[in-house]
Design a protein around this ligand. Structure first.
Ligand code: 4NP
Length: 170
């Protein structure tokens, strides 16, 4: 018997921002926590990438890590640049703002790939209608990092509800 028979392919999520050191690694860490809390780690895989390669190989920004630690997260991914083959490999590509959306859409090779790309704020629940992007905190103050975490915690819970519905998960 084929050893992969009966083994379901994981649903793959990719979070994308500009530098892959603030917003998208935070989204990756938050989503991993939610997936574990729901016992879905065998079914859903998460990664993140940047539209730029400016911080390739770096850990998330120190400020993002510290704000995350205060909420019990350990953001420890390494920055990497988004590749064209990510668009075929991942099932949901979640971007943080309109700039990311334009860049990623321009990289898509088919309607099928374009349909995988969504603004993460489309999944907001509590903050729905109040924010249409995740503001870039890089040049801002501490409150900007807290806002990023508040929005991502809300949107990632909403995203999981959509994934559960799309894939008939309980
Ligand atoms: P991110 O934030 O896109 O959320 O990772 C930024 C990180 C770095 C820069 C800009 C935004 N930068 O200009 O280097």
């Amino acid at each position: 018997m084929n050893p992969t028979q009966g083994k379901k392919k994981k649903i793959r999520l990719l979070f994308v921002c500009l530098g892959n050191i603030c917003r998208s690694p935070a989204a990756e860490g938050i989503m991993c926590g939610i997936i574990e809390k729901n016992g879905l780690q065998d079914l859903i895989a998460v990664d993140s990438a940047g539209t730029s390669g400016w911080h390739e190989g770096e850990l998330p920004d120190e400020r993002m890590r510290l704000h995350g630690e205060k909420r019990g997260y350990d953001f420890c991914s390494r920055s990497r640049k988004l590749r064209k083959d990510d668009l075929s490999a991942f099932d949901y590509i979640l971007v943080m703002d309109e700039n990311n959306l334009r860049t990623v859409r321009a990289m898509t090779a088919s309607k099928e790939e374009a349909e995988k790309v969504h603004l993460i704020t489309d999944y907001l629940m509590q903050f729905r209608k109040l924010h249409n992007h995740i503001p870039d905190p890089y040049y801002g103050e501490a409150s900007g990092f807290e806002l990023v975490l508040d929005l991502l915690e809300d949107a990632c819970e909403g995203l999981l509800l959509t994934i559960k519905k799309d894939h008939l998960l309980t």
